[in-house]
Design a protein around this ligand. Structure first.
Ligand code: NAD
Length: 256
């Protein structure tokens, strides 16, 4: 029974992170929301989840591009039974034009943050005698696309980190897995549409159908609720022997 456990979801004031936090709260799990903005809306979001689902919900601000803030986030939460590393950003450009600051930010937020939060959370999980590390990687953790060098490198890195985390906790009641979503229509994907429209000289609908969903055989976006449900499954007893692996939620993308 997961009721009363606490899940910390990084980057959860929007998109997949928020959807995951809501699905976990729906199952009676207390949640800690995070982003770097620390706005009134962020705190209100936590409050509304607490009211809607009758769980404890808090918002803690921390910038996942900074090692010490990643580690402090876990310390400030005080408890972390289920760690969902979800914070992530995207930038699209050819390698020879890729801005170095964007490369550094993507590697820090999309990959290194998971190392820091995991390092801080594992002692808590060991003390509690139970834990779940769930890394939101991507189909781009298993395959590549042009113009996404930093993102693809970071997501492949996250898949590698997940395997090592699983091996180091294999004899304990702790599992570590990566979820690899295909395309989910969130603000992160929405933000790629204008650039892609320009790059390929296409209208919005054509970009969605022929570029974004080109490699997603289902021709449908995955939903944030489905990703929340996948996290819930990985947290459940049914998944206790699933560790060190990836679970694709990609409408068949990686079967191609
Ligand atoms: P999103 O832009 O809606 O959400 C990203 C979240 O990360 C936001 O809550 C934002 O506040 C947070 N964030 C960004 N920078 C941060 C920082 N420095 N510190 C703390 N928080 C920060 O995007 P999303 O689509 O929901 O993406 C969430 C995760 O899912 C990312 O890791 C992304 O790579 C992954 N993913 C998304 C898709 C997709 O199609 N949307 C597909 C595969 C993987």
């Amino acid at each position: 029974d997961l009721k009363g456990k606490t899940a910390l979801v990084t980057g959860s004031n929007s998109g997949i992170g928020l959807g995951v936090a809501r699905e976990l709260a729906k199952a009676g799990i207390n949640v800690v929301l995070n982003s770097f903005t620390d706005s009134q809306e962020d705190h209100e979001l936590a409050h509304s989840i607490a009211t809607e689902f009758g769980v404890e919900a808090r918002y803690i601000s921390a910038d996942m591009s900074k090692a010490d803030e990643c580690r402090d986030l876990i310390t400030r939460a005080g408890v972390c039974d289920i760690l969902v590393n979800n914070a992530g950003i995207q930038y699209v450009a050819g390698i020879d034009e890729f801005p170095v600051d964007k490369w550094d930010a993507i590697i820090a937020i999309n990959m290194s943050s998971a190392f820091h939060t995991t390092a801080a959370a594992l002692p808590m999980m060991r003390k509690a005698g139970w834990g779940r590390v769930i890394n939101i990687a991507s189909a781009h953790g298993l395959t590549a696309s042009p113009y996404k060098s930093a993102y693809v490198a970071a997501k492949h890195g996250v898949v590698g980190l997940t395997k090592v985390t699983a091996l180091e906790t294999a004899r304990e009641a702790i599992t570590a897995n990566a979820i690899c979503p295909g395309y989910v229509l969130t603000p992160l994907v929405e933000a790629q549409i204008p650039d892609t429209m320009k790059k390929y000289d296409m209208d919005r609908e054509t970009v969605i159908r022929e570029v974004l969903l080109e490699r997603q055989p289902s021709k449908e976006f995955a939903t944030v609720e489905q990703l929340g449900g996948t996290c819930l499954f990985l947290a459940s007893d049914a998944a206790a022997q699933i560790t060190g692996t990836t679970l694709s939620v990609d409408g068949g993308w990686t079967a191609l």
